[in-house]
Design a protein around this ligand. Sequence first.
Ligand code: FES
Ligand SMILES: [Fe+2]
Length: 396
Amino acid sequence: MTIIKAQEVIKNEFQKRGEDYPIKDGERTLPGKYYHSEEIYKEEIEKIFYKYWIFACRAEELAEAGDYKLVQVEDESIIILRETETEFKAHFNVCRHRGTQLCVEEKGKFENNSIQCPYHAWTYGLDGKLKAAPMMKEENGFTKDKCALHKVHIHNWEGFLFISLAVEPIPFEVQMEGLMGKWADYNLSELRIAHKIEYKLKCNWKLILQNYQECYHCPGVHPLLTQLTGVQSARHDFEDGAVIGGYMELTKESMTMNGEAASKPICDVDGDDIKKVYYYSVFPNMLLTPHPDFVLFHHITPDGPGKITNNCYWLFHPDAIKDKNGQAGIKSAVEFWDITNKEDWAVCEQMQFGTKSIRFTRGYYSGREDILHKLDKELIKVLGHKDPHAEFDSDS
Ligand code: FES
Ligand SMILES: [Fe+2]
């Protein structure tokens, strides 16, 4: 189906339902500098990535007490660890003696419940408290109490560990209001990582979020995907705040190479959810896609204005992962999304390139991209910038 034909189908569908289409065409996009400027990128890191709750890793990546993983957030290395069966902690990876990085291995286990600096052997508990500073007396104002590792706030939502580098972050439940009580039947904490692919992309982190929130591009970019979900079925559940998203209706059973379910529905998924695939952006660094039978999510790590690492995970129920007969289903879900991901990455990288042109000032959104316009406005507000929509009103 050509793009033009697909848009006619969409328009007709809206008209049949008596809804307005397009919602509102012609809103302006961000100026190109928002995808390329080092200065704006630095501001985004300080005002968003060092301040907001951001996704860090899955709880099951830290299977036992003492297991840790390092997460890099621009210049900051953060230690995420499991303290007990149910408790997690996060610390800045910085020794309180003279600032040495405590550990460099990306993953590992702290033996004896201790984190020891390799330089002069200051030793901390998993809770970050300084336990030993060899040969040092508590004098001249130095006390062990004052020298706990700098705390990073951590929150476990359904097996997804989020951190905030802010000294006093806004409550997790406030930033992530849209996630509260969402997908309770999916028991997301019970799921396990069946597969992971790391993608290195040459584009700005915002382009991936934008791409994820519109299916205007689907008819032309995703021939396989459009056979499995009706483009016209896209609906938004939430449009405000850090969590935005909606769902599309499945025309077959799931998003796999042949459209068949990759496994049984996960946990207690039932009713309408059997026919839905959700697409949620958890601003600023996670994209979450629950299907009836598995969950796909992306963890986006910016690495400069024009580069990101995108780790893509497929979560399945542990029974499906253990089942030898279930491997074909997992493979099919991985293959389908790997193909679809690469289709998206290609256009995002081309957009990164095109928006650098001296002739690109800013573009025009279609009504089907209204959520992107809202995302832009939110970004401008968070950065405290003058609204470029007003600034550029006279340009073309
Ligand atoms: S810098 Fe860590 S113990 Fe000296
Ligand atoms: Fe896409």
